[in-house]
Write a protein that binds this ligand. Structure first.
Ligand SMILES: [Zn+2]
Length: 425
C-alpha cells in the first residue's frame, strides 16, 4: 500500500447533521489522499506505517466556504451600515474596478489566498472580477498554494457602472478562454460559470453562459433573492419569467446538482420547489445578510426539505473569512428566526452548523468535508489548550472552539492528504 499515512488524535466530524462523530485518541488511515479507515484501535496490519501523533489535539475536516468575492478583501469592514444596492455602488464596484491592474490584483489576491489558508478554509468557491488576466492570476495562486477552489470570472454587461461593464460578446469570449486554459490544469482548482446576478447580465449573455456551462459541463454560481428591492427590480427586468429563480432556469443556469445560489432568503414556495428540482446548493451567508439587513434565510425549512446547503463568508458583505465565525452566527440568526416564526422553525444545533461548514458545502466538491471511508482527507489540527479546560468532552471542546477559537489555534492543515504549509508568494 503506497502512500499510506496514519494520523492520530481526537477526531471530530459529522457524518450527519444531527450529531458529532467522535473518536477520542482515534486513528485515521489515509491512503492516496483519501480516508481508508477511521478507528479507535489501530489494526495490526497497519502498525508498520508512519504515524503522525497529534496527542490531545483535535482533528476536524477542513472548512468549506461556498461563497466569497476575492477582490473585495480590501473592503472588509467598510460600508456595512448600508443596504445592498448603495453598498454595491459605494464600495464594491469602485474596488473591483481596480482589478484591471495586474500589480494591484497580485498584491490583494496573494493576501486573500494566504488568509484562506490561515483560517483553515481548505476549499472555496470564489468570485473574481470581470477581468480575464487577473482572474487567471487568482487561479495560479490557488494552484500554487495547494488549496481547493472553484473560481469564476464575473460576467456583467448591463446596469453596472461604465468602468465595470463588458461588451457581451467579449464577456463570453474571455470566459471561454479561461475555461479552456484551466479546465484540466489542476485537479483541485477548477472554473465555474459566474453571472454576477440577474440585474447585471442581459438575457443574451445569460443564454450564452448557460450554453458554455452545458458545453464544458461546468458548475454555475450566482446570487438569488437577497433583498426585497432587488426582487422587485427583477420583476420589472424580466416580465417574461415567473420568478427570480425562473430567470436562471430559463437561461440554462440551473444545472442539476451543479449550481450554487448565494443567500436564498426571500424565495416563494414555487421557487423552493424549483431549487429542489435542480438540487441547487444554497450558500447561507448570515454575516452578510445581517450586515446588509437583507433578512434571515429560512434555513430550517431548506434542511427539513432536504435541499443541499453550505456556508459562505460572502466577503466583504460578510466581514470575516472565518467559517467558525459564520457557523456561530448561523446559530444566532436561526434563533432569531425561530422567535420570528412563532417558534416554528427550530434553531440549529452546533453539530448542524459544523456539518454545513464542512460536509454540507463539501458535497459540492464531491466526497469532501468528512472522515468517512473514501472521503478526501482535508483536515485541520486544532490546539485548544489555551481556550480553557481540555478535560471537557470532545463535543464541548469543538463547540468552544467554534465560538471563541480562531486561526491561532490551527496548527496544521491538510488538503487531499497533503500537509499544506503557509503559501510563499
Ligand atoms: Zn456575494
Amino acid at each position: 500500500m503506497e502512500n499510506t499515512h496514519i494520523i492520530k488524535g481526537n477526531v471530530i466530524f459529522t457524518k450527519t447533521p444531527q450529531k458529532f462523530d467522535l473518536y477520542e485518541n482515534g486513528y485515521i488511515i489515509v491512503e492516496n489522499g483519501k480516508v481508508k479507515l477511521i478507528t479507535s484501535a489501530l489494526p495490526e496490519s497497519y502498525k508498520s506505517f508512519p504515524i503522525t501523533d497529534y496527542g490531545d489535539k483535535l482533528i476536524i475536516p477542513g472548512f468549506v466556504d461556498l461563497h466569497l468575492h476575492a477582490p473585495q478583501f480590501r473592503n472588509l469592514g467598510l460600508g456595512l451600515d448600508k443596504e445592498l444596492i448603495p453598498w454595491l455602488e459605494g464600495y464594491t464596484f469602485p474596488e473591483e474596478a481596480k482589478f484591471k491592474d495586474a500589480a494591484y490584483a497580485s498584491k490583494i489576491y496573494k493576501m486573500v489566498v494566504k488568509e484562506l489558508w490561515k483560517q483553515g478554509t481548505t476549499r472555496a468557491v470564489v468570485f473574481s472580477s470581470i477581468h480575464k488576466d487577473t482572474t487567471k492570476l487568482l487561479f495560479d495562486l490557488f494552484i500554487q498554494a495547494g488549496l481547493g477552489a472553484y473560481i469564476g470570472k464575473v460576467n456583467m454587461d448591463r446596469n453596472s457602472p461604465d468602468y465595470l461593464i463588458e461588451e457581451s460578446a467579449q464577456s463570453v469570449k474571455d470566459t471561454e478562454e479561461i475555461i479552456k486554459e484551466y479546465i484540466n490544469k489542476s485537479d483541485l482548482v477548477k472554473p465555474i460559470i459566474t453571472p454576477r446576478f440577474v440585474p447585471s447580465c442581459t438575457s443574451a449573455l445569460m443564454k450564452e453562459l448557460g450554453a458554455l456551462a452545458e458545453k464544458y459541463d461546468l458548475p454555475v454560481q450566482s446570487h438569488l433573492s437577497e433583498n426585497m428591492a432587488e426582487i422587485e427590480w427583477i420583476k420589472s427586468l424580466h416580465p417574461e419569467c415567473t420568478s427570480y429563480t425562473n430567470v436562471y432556469e430559463t437561461y440554462g443556469l440551473l444545472r442539476q446538482g451543479k449550481t450554487i445560489m448565494a443567500h436564498c432568503i426571500h424565495n416563494t414556495d414555487t421557487e423552493i420547489e424549483l431549487l429542489k428540482k435542480y438540487r441547487v446548493f444554497s450558500a447561507h451567508c448570515p454575516t452578510s445578510n445581517s450586515n446588509l439587513s437583507s433578512g434571515i434565510m429560512p434555513l430550517r425549512r431548506f434542511l427539513s426539505e432536504g435541499l443541499p446547503v453550505g456556508l459562505g463568508s460572502d466577503i466583504s458583505a460578510g466581514h470575516k473569512l472565518s467559517i467558525p465565525c459564520v457557523m456561530n452566527i448561523t446559530v444566532q440568526m436561526s434563533k432569531m428566526k425561530w422567535l420570528e416564526s412563532g417558534r416554528q422553525l427550530a434553531p440549529l444545533s452546533t453539530s448542524e452548523v459544523f456539518y454545513l461548514g464542512t460536509k454540507g458545502g463539501g458535497e459540492f466538491f464531491g466526497k469532501v468535508g468528512s472522515f468517512e471511508e473514501d472521503y478526501e482527507f482535508d483536515a485541520l489540527v486544532i490546539d485548544d489548550s489555551d481556550l480553557g479546560d481540555t478535560t471537557l468532552s470532545l463535543e464541548e471542546r469543538i463547540q468552544r472552539y467554534i465560538y471563541i477559537g480562531d486561526d491561532r489555534n490551527i496548527v496544521d492543515r491538510y488538503v487531499r492528504g497533503k500537509l499544506i504549509t503557509e503559501p510563499v508568494f
